[in-house]
Design a protein around this ligand. Structure first.
Ligand SMILES: [Zn+2]
Length: 89
């Protein structure tokens, strides 16, 4: 099966960075439920999925397909946080 890949991002990432493909802020809601919404970007005309705040750790569904939620592509990769241990003197 060769279906186009759908990107799922968090609502917060969409607010901050816009469309995951082109960063456009304009969209139309195609469908939605209490956890995720399928949005149609008015900039690049691609569809992506936005997951409500607080549900970022769950899995989004789009037309029956499971989509893993990913960080927004424009977002700088989170630096690996190391537990800040006090340095031994
Ligand atoms: Zn777009």
């Amino acid at each position: 099966m060769n279906q186009p890949k759908i990107i799922a991002i968090s609502q917060e990432d969409r607010r901050l960075h816009g469309c995951p493909y082109c960063s456009d802020a304009g969209y139309q809601v195609l469908s939605g439920n209490s956890i995720d919404s399928a949005l149609f970007c008015q900039g690049c005309e691609q569809t992506y999925v936005v997951v409500k705040d607080g549900a970022e750790d769950s899995v989004a569904y789009f037309r029956g397909r499971k989509i893993k939620i990913q960080p927004h592509p424009n977002k700088p990769k989170p630096r690996k946080k190391r537990a800040t241990k006090p340095r031994k003197v």
